[in-house]
Ligand binder design. Structure first.
Ligand code: UDP
Length: 255
């Protein structure tokens, strides 16, 4: 957010954005499920110039023990941005921003996981941002949902996420870095397609009520497209698993 450099035109005379997109157009999104062998579930997302990995462990015994809930599982997200993920090297380790993002993603996912099935446990979700270009919390939440499904964690639905915002007085979806820096507002949304619930909603910047409602509607439409790609990634993963099952089992020397 902030003042636009005078030579930067965020919306051109044809209504196109700085990277050529129309207002309701998302950046290209690719999702792959089951990319890590050691995790119980995982997913990798490339969304525009964002590259994000999510890994899930659990349900497993909750540590520290005083956090255990005798009635349900605790969904604990750990969001981290690699020091090489941004232009200026990011100081490694947690900071206020990563704590905030971890908290809002944990809360969004808690809404869809059947936590009551796994009392006293913790379901740990690790989100590693390898390359950032604005919208990493949405990419992280989208990847985390797929990773949870890949881990076999029972859920009401996947959470799909995308932001809307305002640049040069135009409401747009899925802001890139320039738009995030020099635009007027950003509204990340987490949406549950099956129930129509919104499980993540933040707002940064200035919007009229009308612009907010328009942005929210556009973000929800974008989330529905994200949801289709999440499901496709899981279907590909299950098809690959079925193929693996058909192959002869590995024979180890000396076994
Ligand atoms: N960013 C950065 N350094 C930081 C934090 C963020 O360069 O320490 C960049 C990064 O590209 C990020 C963007 O600013 O994606 C927008 O950050 P924001 O806090 O709005 O979260 P996001 O849009 O990634 O969910």
């Amino acid at each position: 957010m902030g003042g636009t450099p005078t030579d930067l035109k965020l919306i051109d005379e044809n209504g196109r954005r700085i990277d050529g997109r129309l207002p309701e157009e998302m950046r290209p999104l690719k999702i792959e499920a089951g990319v890590l062998k050691r995790a119980d579930g995982s997913a990798y997302v490339e969304w525009g110039n964002n590259k994000v990995m999510a890994a899930v462990y659990g349900p497993r015994e909750c540590h520290p023990r005083h956090l255990q809930n005798p009635e349900r599982a605790l969904v604990q997200c750990h969001y981290n941005m690699a020091s090489f993920s941004v232009d200026d090297r990011k100081r490694p380790g947690p900071d206020r921003r990563s704590h905030e993002i971890s908290k809002i993603i944990s809360e969004a996912l808690t809404n869809v996981v059947f936590t009551e099935y796994f009392p006293r446990t913790s379901i740990d979700v690790y989100i590693e941002v390898l390359q950032a270009n604005a919208g990493t919390r949405c990419a992280g939440l989208t990847a985390a949902s797929v990773a949870l499904a890949d881990a076999g964690v029972p859920m009401r639905d996947l959470v799909a996420s995308c932001a809307a915002g305002k640049v040069a007085d135009t409401v747009v979806v899925d802001l890139n870095k320039e738009e995030d820096n020099f635009g007027n507002a950003d509204i990340p949304v987490g949406y549950v397609p099956r129930t129509g619930e919104i499980v993540l909603l933040q707002m940064d910047g200035d919007l009229s009520q009308e612009q907010f409602e328009k942005g929210l509607g556009m973000a929800v439409e974008a989330c529905k497209k994200v949801s289709v790609l999440q499901r496709d990634a899981l279907k590909r993963r299950y098809a690959a698993k079925a193929d693996e099952g058909a192959e002869p089992t590995e024979i180890r020397e000396g076994a």
